[in-house]
Design a protein around this ligand. Structure first.
Ligand SMILES: [Zn+2]
Ligand SMILES: [Zn+2]
Length: 179
């Protein structure tokens, strides 16, 4: 991406309850992209506080609010869970993150593909998308770009796991300026 060398790595803590194989491909994908060191932690949090009885889903905004104060000042936290997520006025979300913030969450619940390898790829896309938000990026109109908004599984499948040149440029700028 033509970035200047950066002395300090971004510390990203991945809170996970999902399969190790998926986490491994996510780590391999995001470490070079975000100039990051990923630490994997077991996500032992009881999410009952975020559960909606009627919807039978978990409120991703409530989970982010919980994660925020427990995330170290020099790190970013992203939870990867199997629970189905929603936010207000939306049927479901693949994930949510604070734009320019420190916390994010991705759910694998709706990434139900037939082939196992595909799930890793789709997880990589969604984690990259939410981290892109954390590092200040907003949605992108390019439907191949990982920052393109996905309303359904077909749209996640269509986009790539990478940033378009515009987003890559902004990411480089935002990542260097914010830290
Ligand atoms: Zn988004
Ligand atoms: Zn883009």
């Amino acid at each position: 991406m033509g970035l200047q060398p950066k002395s300090k790595l971004n510390n990203i803590v991945l809170l996970q309850t999902v399969e190790t194989q998926i986490i491994d491909s996510v780590v391999n994908h995001i470490e070079p992209l975000f100039n990051a060191y990923c630490k994997i932690e077991k996500f032992n949090l009881d999410l009952a506080f975020a559960y909606h009885q009627t919807r039978r889903q978990y409120n991703s905004t409530a989970i982010l609010a919980y994660l925020k104060p427990i995330t170290a000042k020099n790190a970013y936290s992203l939870a990867i869970v199997n629970q189905d997520l929603y936010t207000n006025n939306v049927t479901f979300v693949f994930g949510e993150a604070e734009v320019g913030g420190r916390v994010g969450i991705v759910s694998l619940a709706r990434l139900n593909t037939k082939a196992k390898g595909d799930l890793s790829l789709l997880a990589c896309k969604e984690v990259t998308h939410e981290l892109g938000h954390i590092f200040g990026l907003r949605h992108c109109d390019n439907n191949r770009c990982v920052m393109n908004f996905s309303a359904n599984l077909a749209e996640v499948e269509r986009k790539s796991n990478k940033f378009c040149p515009d987003c890559a440029h902004s990411l480089a700028y935002l990542t260097f300026v914010n830290l």
